[in-house]
Design a protein around this ligand. Sequence first.
Ligand code: AGP
Length: 613
Amino acid sequence: MCGIVAYIGEKDATPVIVSGLRKLEYRGYDSAGIAVLQNGKIEIRRVAGKIEKLEKLVDENPTKGNIGIGHTRWATHGAPNEQNAHPHVGMAGRIVIVHNGIVENYLSLREELIAEGVEFKSETDTETIAHLIEGFYSESQDLYTAVQSALKLIKGAHGLVVMSTEEPDRLIAARLGNAGGVALGIGDGEMYLASDVPAIVEYTRRLIFLESGQVAIITKDGYSVNDLDGNPIQTEVVNVPWDPISVEKGRYRHFMQKEIHEQVRSLSDTMSGRVDFEEHRIHLKTLNLDEEKAKSIKKIFITACGTAAYAGMVGKYLIENIARIPVEVMVASEFRYCDPIIEPGTAVLAISQSGETADTLAAMEEARGKGALLLSIVNAIGSQAMRIANGFISMQVGPEIGVASTKAFTAPLLDLYMMAIYLADLRGTLSVEKRIDLVKDLLTVPGLVEKALKKEDAIKAIAAKYKSMKGALYLGRGVNMPIAYEGALKLKEISYKHAEGYPAGEMKHGPIALVDKDLPVVVIATRDAWYEKMISQIEQAKARNGHVLAVATEGDELIQNLADEVFWVPETPWLLSPVVNVIPLQLFAYHIAAQLGLDVDQPRNLAKSVTVE
Ligand code: AGP
């Protein structure tokens, strides 16, 4: 879950690496470090804390060299202090490494190394790799083969970059399993390396993504990629279309706020090239489906984690309603432990912003092993979840930096809606009239989201009133039930307040006992098939002195009179209402956390891509 950046070329490596780390701080932010080869010596600067501390340190105590590696950490083994921060050096000081992943057998390796006389300076598992590589290096005098040999001994999933004083003209990078990506960025007489694209997209958009079991030798003029046995591998250069500006905050105080506001554009972008406005048809070519394949699908499993899983829950309603294919949603961390029944005709659809979430990738592997048709909806271009699927939909929303996912929640909602139409069309189960109506409805969404965003000031004022609340209960029904889960997750992850999302109808089976004057109840009560039931929910909460905050359709006087506060949203076709209804809940959580002065973009204990299981 850490971030890695490296550089080799003619430039001063330090600013390139430090600014790259800044862009990856969302991956982990408890400590950071950099190592640069300076006059044949490894110069290391490390800090406990955020990248700004590292920036200060390299200002005060500069490093200068044309080759270097850097790291921002999310601690797994060892406290987040300076000693445990990466890079880590081998005992003889000739090898230095940055690493993402967990060495699952590090305790036994550590004991063996200690028995051989190695002295450990940190509590990390990573340091074992540094010592192992250095040990092999003294035998082979070749960095590449030393890394190869060490990789064969370590268990687990890893992404790493290694540098040596003895070979100042090269870096070695490797990926084993799903501990996060390793991308090589091709420059002109220079090469960049990063665990995630935003770190280097300002310098190059020509990238190679290492697959599991691949080791790369990188010099300033090029690269070669081999498998673990040294066999050369042909790699594909991917042109990444991201705009570097999208990884800057612009006029916003936080990335999260910027990304919430970007949704008008990101929702249009996710439709771009996929909607035939004349025919009112959807085309999702990258899903690699034809009529025959689409007709053969008998069941879809949707698997994902966190926010992406909530998008999947909405997807169940959309696909079942529009395409009439049964859908089961299962969080990825459970998927492979429930021995899922995958029969001929089962498709497994994974949803992931990062495309590198370890649980989601493990679920995809389980599905592939069982012969499922593997599909994905992914944001990060070139990520593992995109590459290993038989077909995919790219969210096309650009990098999402805020740890709390917003635009990468709403885009897959539209992608799932489009996928449902596309599947139904291919299977021949959708009437022309219904298809036209559904596509027309789809096109209204960016405008409706824009209207919902215009209420930000009113939402900010409500947040000011409720920012001291201890927690909240979020209730929704039908297609908006997952929006209650998502609203609650947004609040808890950035404001550290307890919040629980609940299917509204389940209230009376237990949670209603919680309701009193101190527990705000957030109710999604827009005009849809469940509206009247939601009204009685509000009545029930009010009867117990609960404070009701309702997401309601503009002009709804009944709710205006019943609820204590109202988040107004424009009237929206019901299948698409989750996209609009989540907007005020994102803004509410954002303004509470911002007004409490919390670290909105990098909340405690979290990281943007969770590459550990
Ligand atoms: C959402 O705000 C999260 N921080 C988290 O739940 C996230 O959605 C989850 O970890 C899945 O990530 P992915 O989409 O990159 O796979």
